[in-house]
Ligand binder design. Structure first.
Ligand SMILES: O=C(O)c1ccccc1N[C@@H]1O[C@H](COP(=O)(O)O)[C@@H](O)[C@H]1O
Length: 205
């Protein structure tokens, strides 16, 4: 079975639909105002409404307030939440929605212990991203895949600096359940390139 694909940081309905038609299993919507990929609640609702059936919508938050996440959930029918900051299990679980938790790979972090602390009914996976000081994600930076454990207590989503030329090698090395990409399929920050999206999807094995 092919590795699942999430393309993150969509900012218009037509491109999101195209990305889905090219083979993405999920698209990500960034609710983090400092990001160049940030979307408003109204735009996110429009994008989700344009997706073909069976393509999942994922809302990405970074250390957002409860009120902020709840306000998005009231208006946007997201399938999954992605918490990309320092949120703990209690924070992530309180919305009663399935979620994935990002972990930025940094020397000294016990990756398996961290992942094990999120094993719970609503946590559907651990997403690994590169650690870049001062920027929570979407940096286009990768990390050393060779250093990762082979077995994980939750489905693994690999991200961080993936692009059409390295994604097959990353999958062969890590064998994740899914891959997630933003910068590697963009013309410039926040603008997706459908040719790169197509090449990325084709390269995923
Ligand atoms: O995409 C963003 O702007 C973003 C902002 C803040 C936190 C996470 C963000 N994106 C996620 O970052 C990783 C890696 O992205 P990249 O492919 O290296 O650019 C990915 O999981 C995105 O969902």
């Amino acid at each position: 079975m092919r590795t699942r694909i999430k393309i993150c940081g969509l900012r218009d309905a037509a491109t999101a639909r195209q990305v889905a038609l090219l083979g993405a299993d999920a698209i990500g919507l960034v609710f983090y105002p400092p990001s160049p990929r940030h979307v408003s609640v109204a735009l996110a609702a429009e994008i989700v409404a344009a997706l073909p059936v069976f393509v999942a919508s994922v809302g990405l938050f970074v250390n957002a307030s409860v009120e902020n996440v709840s306000a998005v959930l009231e208006k946007v029918p997201l399938d999954l939440l992605q918490f990309h900051g320092d949120e703990d299990l209690a924070f992530c679980s309180q919305f009663g929605r399935p979620f994935i938790k990002a972990l930025r790979v940094k020397p000294g972090i016990n990756l398996l212990e961290y992942a094990a602390s999120f094993v719970s009914p609503l946590c559907r996976g651990i997403l690994l991203d590169a650690w870049v000081d001062g920027v929570p994600g979407g940096t286009g930076e990768s990390f050393d895949w060779q250093a990762l454990p082979n077995e994980w207590p939750l489905p693994l989503i690999l991200s961080g600096g993936l692009h059409p030329e390295n994604v097959a090698a990353a999958i062969a090395c890590v064998q994740p359940w899914a891959v997630d990409v933003s910068s590697g399929v963009e013309q410039c920050k926040g603008i997706k390139d459908l040719v790169l999206v197509e090449s990325f999807v084709r390269a995923v094995i």
